[in-house]
Design a protein around this ligand. Sequence first.
Ligand code: ZN
Length: 309
Amino acid sequence: MPIATGIEVLAKAHEGNYAVGAFNFNNLETLQAILEAAEELDAPVIVETSEGAIHYAGAEMLYEMVEVLARKVSIPVVIHLDHGKDFNIIMAALRAGYTSIMIDASSFPFEENVRQTKRVVEIAHAMGVSVEAELGTLKGIEDNVSVDERDATLIHPDQAVTFIQETGIDYLAPAVGTSHGAFKYKGESKIDYERLKEVKRRTGIPLVLHGASGVPASLVEKAEKFGAKLAGAKGVSDEVLKEAVACGINKVNTDTDLRIATVGAIREVLAEHPDEIDPRKILGPARAAMKEVVKRRIGLLGSAGKANL
Ligand SMILES: [Zn+2]
């Protein structure tokens, strides 16, 4: 199928109360794993690249890879820029053909976030591209954090409404307690569900969850068995993720889980077959491991079988 826009896919998820998996990629094997998994489950899918991926491989290359592979599958595929902060990179992604852009000016004060986001929305919408923005600070909630501290980092529903009105964004990443990376929690993952539900009720648009990797123990154990050092890595539990989707999340980002699966599979091949020098034999098992991760994630999000709805 031709590449879909973000809002086409996410408006349906919003109406249907499920979430679409958004998976980060930098290379061919990861992209193949994501699309094969989504195709097998008949699920719409978002493939996303960071600015770092664009520095690594170039926006045109990343876009063309998606274009070629998306043509061979029968599910909607969106190509999205994750955490666009540099205006020039955002423009490069738009020129290359990306169909969804995240402008992340969340580290700036509210008015500046509005100003930068609005500028990107005007350009992207003129090109038929949908836009995600972020409000609040992505920081894990710990048990001992006070209400005031929580209020200082997490999203305010009132501000979310104003932000959407002033910027015209299509979907919003609200800070509700998750944070990036594999070492985000000391204890169990927590999300401020009441705040999330209030943001959903007041804004009425698709919502995005960042920092959502599960960091499954089985993946961590395998990687560590073959020498990786990931002690203390923790993610968002399956139960928390499902509850977040039930509270209004429609796009769930996953990067860390794919990385851990990759590292575990590559380490295993190298440890068990020290004579192996064929990159395909080294990266092939990583691709298979990532595919399993993607299938499992899509299963949790409720988007399997939703390709044509
Ligand atoms: Zn993120």
